[in-house]
Design a protein around this ligand. Structure first.
Ligand SMILES: C[S@@+](CC[C@H](N)C(=O)[O-])C[C@H]1O[C@@H](n2cnc3c(N)ncnc32)[C@H](O)[C@@H]1O
Length: 377
């Protein structure tokens, strides 16, 4: 894409975001934010997200989704961000759970662990690739006292992230900028550390995305990532496997889920030295990472988790679908909201099936180092 095309696309996306979400984006979250949308723009955003997820899984359909990654991901997060915040909170990722551990504590621990593995230190300049509404960045800045630039393709999330950072008094440590992780515009060798949490799975090519990260990382710097991948057990020619994978792609706005080998090779091909390569979901944990989506009350850890668990569980999701469908019928929620909750439902089914069968992991941890001497690469 030429520089002019990029500028034009950004301007169009920024204008559309303003039209859809309005001003003062931080002040409303979840259902209250949903009902404040511009109804026509919301319909357009839902159509843009779903137009290429039409049930087809052939190479041609896949190619179209790969080519459209930027617009369709932008549209996906335009329509799901309020639901994510309503159901999950302001960190949009999964995590491991210890028995008895509260949901928010487990989420924070997952973020601290990545910061630790990336060796983030006080004063480091860190890039958060695909930063959502900045939940992990706020936590990691507090944990380490580093400075983070959160990069995101979605204008609505950037505005929210800025609002939350200011509200938390962290504006001196955090910046949020619009950008595409397939074309990072920072100077080479800028960042001490880079991390990405469940974001680069939206890339049409992991290798091209990691190449960009390699470029902006200082020599000797570390890149740590929780990657979404299909595991070694996945067989693309197995219909059941492909179904699970497609449900995840559709409901999470991912053009193509790659396998763990593809991710590992991509890092190495860019010149990274892979120092940690571990599937954190493959630990026989007593409480599985996907428990909030299961509806199995036996896993609920503390009283404070009941609200989150209810909203994300099977029955809670049915309740939300019914509520959203009623709100849509009476004109409170914009048309298309039900289609979004239906897609999120497919995602939840695919994620639980993928988790139970270990065909899929949302926490493939890679810690990769850019060599100090990069003259050979
Ligand atoms: C599942 S969310 C994870 C957000 C965040 N890491 C967290 O854990 O809260 C994926 C994020 O990747 C961002 N993203 C997707 N494609 C992108 C792209 N091409 N460039 C930059 N960000 C992108 C999305 O806008 C979204 O914020």
């Amino acid at each position: 894409m030429s520089a002019e095309e990029t500028t034009e696309l950004r301007q169009r996306q920024a204008n559309f975001s303003k039209e859809l979400h309005g001003d003062h984006v931080g002040e409303r979250t979840g259902m209250s934010a949903l009902i404040s949308k511009d109804k026509t723009a919301q319909q357009e955003a839902v159509a843009k997200y779903l137009r290429l997820w039409d049930g087809k899984t052939d190479k041609d359909a896949e190619q179209k989704r790969l080519e459209d990654y930027n617009e369709s991901t932008h549209s996906y997060y335009n329509v799901v961000t309020d639901f994510y915040e309503y159901g999950w909170g302001s960190s949009f990722h999964f995590c491991r759970f210890y028995k008895g551990e509260n949901f928010q504590a487990a989420m924070a621990r997952h973020e601290h662990y990545l910061a630790h593995m990336a060796d983030i230190k006080e004063g480091d300049l860190v890039l958060d690739v695909g930063c959502g509404v900045g939940g992990p960045a706020r936590e990691i800045a507090r944990f380490t006292n580093c400075n983070i630039i959160g990069l995101n393709n979605n204008d609505y999330q950037i505005e929210k992230a800025k609002w939350y950072a200011k509200n938390a008094g962290l504006q001196d440590h955090l910046q949020f900028v619009k950008g595409d992780f397939m074309n990072l515009e920072f100077e080479p060798n800028t960042f001490d550390k880079v991390y990405a949490i469940e974001a680069t799975c939206h890339a049409p090519s992991l290798e091209k995305c990691y190449e960009q990260i390699y470029k902006v990382l200082k020599p000797g710097g570390t890149f740590a990532v929780y990657e979404w991948v299909m595991t070694d057990k996945y067989d693309e020619n197995n219909e059941e496997h492909r179904k699970v994978c497609y449900e995840i792609e559709l409901g999470d706005g991912i053009p193509k889920m790659f396998t763990v080998d593809v991710a590992r090779d991509a890092l190495k091909n860019c010149g990274f030295e892979v120092v940690v390569d571990k599937d954190l979901a493959d630990n026989n944990d007593q409480v599985p990472w996907y428990y909030p989506l299961t509806g199995e009350w036996k896993y609920v850890q503390t009283l404070s988790d009941i609200g989150t668990f209810f909203r994300t569980s099977y029955f809670g999701r049915k309740f939300t679908n019914l509520m959203v469908s009623t709100m849509e019928k009476v004109g409170l929620a914009p048309q298309g909201s039900v289609k979004v909750t239906a897609a999120l439902e497919e995602a939840a089914v695919g994620l639980v099936a993928g988790g139970r069968t270990k065909l899929f992991t949302p926490m493939m941890l890679f810690v990769a180092r850019k060599p100090l001497d990069t003259t050979e690469n």
